[in-house]
Design a protein around this ligand. Structure first.
Ligand code: NAP
Ligand code: GLV
Length: 326
C-alpha cells in the first residue's frame, strides 16, 4: 500500500478512483462539511497527503502541527487558504488545479453581469412574493451592455475568458489592470493596459479576476468606489476579500456605483441578513464559479495526478512553487 491520502471534503469520484487504482489508501468523508481546525490537525496527523480545498484553512499552525505531510494537493486554482510559504519551509510541496474551471467561472462572471444589469434576482423575488401585478412601463429598469467598457482587474486565464465573452456578445471595449502586459489580449481583443485609477474611472463594468494576495486584499474600498462611475457595475468572482464588503455596501447605498454581482463574499458564507441581499441591483451567488460537472471532475483528476506524478517521478504537473522541486 502507498501513502495515505486524507480527503477533507466529499470530492468528485474521478480523482478518488485514480488514486485508488494507483494503490493509495484513501480516507473519504461522508458528511460534506469543512473540518474544524483541531479535527483537521488530528486527521491530517494520521495521513501522509492532504487532498484539500479552499474551505480548509491550512495556516501556519496547521502546517507546523502536520510537518510530516508529504504533499498538499489543492482542489482549486486559488490557494490563499494555504500558507504556502510555511509549507515550503517545512519541505511540503503544494499543488493546484489551474485552468480546469476557467470557462465555468467566466460563465458565472458573465451571468452575474447580465443578472445585475437587469435586476434579475430582485425581479425573480418579486414573482415569488406575489408582487408581479402587471406590466410596468417604468418600474425598475435595467441598463444595457452593448459597446460599454469592461475593466478587468487581474487579466489571467479567467479574466481573458470573461473579456472574450464581453467582446463577442457586446462588442465591449476592454481595458485591464494587471502586473504584466498581456499581448494576446491586446492583439485578439484590442485590450488596453491602464493604471488603476483609469480602470476605475473609465469602466462601465469592473470584473475582478486576480488572485487574493497581500497586494490585492481590500483594494476595492471606499476610495476605489468613489472613483468609479455612478452607473458602473462591480463584478467579483475572484475572492471576497479583494473588496471591502462594508465599503461596497455603503457605496451601493450611496449610489456611488450602480450595481454588483458577487460569486464571492467576505466572509463566506455570507450572512442571510446581509443588506446586499436586499438590494435591487445586486446579484449574489454562493461561490459556485467552478461548479460544473466538467470543471469539478477535471479538478479532481488534476489533483490526483499531481499527487501520483510527484511520488512516481518527483514532478508535479501543476505545482504552486515549481522552483522548490528542483
Ligand atoms: P491566473 O490565470 O493566475 O490569473 C490571475 C491574475 O491575477 C494574473 O494574471 C495576475 O496578473 C493577476 N494578479 C495577481 N496579482 C495581482 C496584483 N497585485 N495586481 C493586479 N493583478 C494581479 O488565475 P485564474 O485561473 O484566472 O484565477 C484567478 C482567481 O480567480 C483565482 O486566484 C481564484 O481566487 C479565483 N477563482 C474563483 C473561482 C470561483 O469559484 N468564483 C473559481 C476559480 C478561480 P499578472 O499575470 O499580470 O501577474
Ligand atoms: C475556486 O474558487 C478556485 O479557486 O478554484
Amino acid at each position: 500500500m502507498k501513502q495515505k491520502v486524507l480527503l477533507t471534503r466529499v470530492y468528485p469520484d474521478k480523482g478518488i478512483q485514480i488514486l485508488k487504482e494507483a494503490g493509495y489508501e484513501v480516507t473519504e468523508r461522508t458528511d460534506d462539511r469543512p473540518f474544524e481546525q483541531d479535527e483537521l490537525i488530528a486527521e491530517a496527523q494520521k495521513h501522509d497527503i492532504l487532498f484539500c480545498t479552499l474551505s480548509d484553512k491550512i495556516d501556519k499552525h496547521v502546517i507546523q502541527q502536520c510537518s510530516h505531510l508529504e504533499h498538499i494537493a489543492q482542489f482549486a486554482v486559488g490557494y490563499d487558504n494555504i500558507d504556502v510559504e510555511e509549507a515550503t519551509k517545512q519541505g511540503i510541496p503544494v499543488s493546484y488545479t489551474p485552468g480546469a474551471m476557467t470557462e465555468a467561472t467566466a460563465d458565472v462572471a458573465f451571468g452575474l453581469m447580465i443578472a445585475a444589469s437587469r435586476k434579475m434576482f430582485f425581479q425573480h423575488k418579486n414573482i415569488l412574493s406575489g408582487n408581479w401585478k402587471t406590466f410596468s412601463p417604468t418600474a425598475d429598469l435595467g441598463i444595457e451592455l452593448k459597446n460599454k467598457t469592461l475593466g478587468i482587474f487581474g487579466l489571467g486565464r479567467i479574466g481573458m475568458a470573461m473579456a472574450e465573452r464581453c467582446k463577442g456578445a457586446y462588442n465591449m471595449d476592454i481595458i485591464y489592470y494587471s502586473r504584466s502586459a498581456k499581448p494576446e489580449a491586446e492583439q485578439k481583443l484590442g485590450a488596453r493596459k491602464v493604471d488603476f485609477d483609469t480602470l476605475l474611472q473609465e469602466s462601465d463594468v469592473i470584473s475582478l479576476h486576480t488572485a487574493l494576495t497581500p497586494e490585492t486584499k481590500g483594494v476595492f474600498d471606499k476610495r476605489a468606489f468613489e472613483k468609479m462611475k455612478s452607473t458602473a457595475l462591480f463584478i467579483n468572482t475572484a475572492r471576497g476579500a479583494v473588496h471591502n464588503e462594508k465599503d461596497l455596501t455603503e457605496a451601493l447605498k450611496a449610489g456611488l456605483i450602480w450595481g454588483a454581482g458577487l460569486d464571492v463574499t467576505d466572509p463566506e458564507p455570507m450572512s442571510p441578513d446581509s443588506p446586499l441581499l436586499q438590494m435591487k441591483n445586486v446579484a449574489v451567488l454562493p461561490h459556485i464559479g467552478s461548479g460544473t460537472i466538467e470543471a469539478r471532475t477535471k479538478m479532481s483528476e488534476m489533483a490526483a495526478r499531481n499527487i501520483i506524478s510527484y511520488f512516481d517521478n518527483g514532478e508535479i504537473p501543476f505545482a504552486v512553487k515549481p522552483e522548490v522541486l528542483k
